[in-house]
Design a protein around this ligand. Structure first.
Ligand SMILES: Nc1ncnc2c1ncn2[C@@H]1O[C@H](COP(=O)(O)OP(=O)(O)OP(=O)(O)O)[C@@H](O)[C@H]1O
Ligand SMILES: [Mg+2]
Length: 236
């Protein structure tokens, strides 16, 4: 099993409180009375297809709002303080296509930093391209990038904004082993607090904490090894 990367020295923990949250779709509860405080640096969210992982992580930046209960990030309510929450939370989708907005990688990263001075933008854009192994892809059409390179670019466009909380929904699902590890390493070593929904149990094992969902209910919260074991037992 891959090691857990050391916690970076400048670690920030945003502090997330989910209080008695229910989410409904088409009159049916898809998350039921979920309460949890997340103050671990890196939290994995695991569970079967349709168990509520994506719904849960989408609560954290206000993409999904509770029908009952409340969610706060750094004390900010995702419903009441929606704009402030979105500024602090970076969200990485499974499909990088949803996130790449500009024709080339360099333009995409510049867009993430709009409002920043030109010199500072160029410095950070080139540093980020280097960290993500994309320096020689800066000016190629984004459509010509491989799947793994697209995911690296999508992650780069979020990390370059320096979010306090990084939320990722199955960021390694479409990737080969090498790129899955690379994305995992980048996610796990970033100073932002991380919450990642994943079927990649190696990635989950490398987090500091894990949550298990089953049919919209939070059924386990604790050390990743124990929570992964509970998940395996529930599937046996
Ligand atoms: N917009 C929606 N309208 C109706 N039902 C929804 C909607 N979004 C999610 N659901 C339902 O809620 C349940 C939980 O879905 P969710 O996407 O959170 O699961 P998941 O754990 O992320 O699954 P997967 O591992 O397949 O990604 C599923 O039964 C799904 O069909
Ligand atoms: Mg999902």
């Amino acid at each position: 099993m891959l090691p857990r990367p050391p916690v970076p020295p400048e670690t920030r923990v945003a502090g997330i409180a989910v209080e008695a949250v229910t989410v409904e779709r088409e009159g049916r509860p898809i998350l039921r009375d979920v309460s949890v405080e997340l103050d671990a640096r890196r939290t994995a969210v695991i569970g079967a297809n349709g168990s509520g992982k994506s719904t849960f992580v989408r609560l954290l930046n206000g993409l999904v709002l509770p029908a009952a209960g409340r969610v706060t990030v750094q004390g900010l309510d995702t419903q009441r303080d929606a704009a402030a929450v979105r500024r602090r939370v970076g969200f990485v989708f499974t499909d990088p296509q949803a996130q790449i907005l500009m024709p080339t990688p360099i333009e995409d990263l510049r867009l993430s930093l709009r409002g920043t001075s030109r010199a500072e933008t160029e410095r950070r854009v080139w540093a980020t391209l280097g960290e993500h192994g994309l320096s020689d892809r800066a000016d190629v059409p984004a459509s010509a990038l491989s799947g793994g390179q697209k995911q690296l670019l999508a992650l780069a466009s979020v990390l370059i904004t320096d979010p306090a909380l990084l939320v990722a929904d199955e960021p390694t699902t479409l990737l080969d082993l090498r790129n899955a590890r690379r994305i995992g390493d980048l996610l796990l070593s970033d100073p932002a607090q991380l919450v990642v929904a994943t079927h990649d149990l190696d990635l989950a094992a490398r987090c500091d904490h894990a949550l298990l969902f089953d049919d919209g209910v939070l059924t386990a919260s604790g050390e990743p090894a124990a929570v992964i074991e509970a998940y395996r037992r529930s599937c046996a």
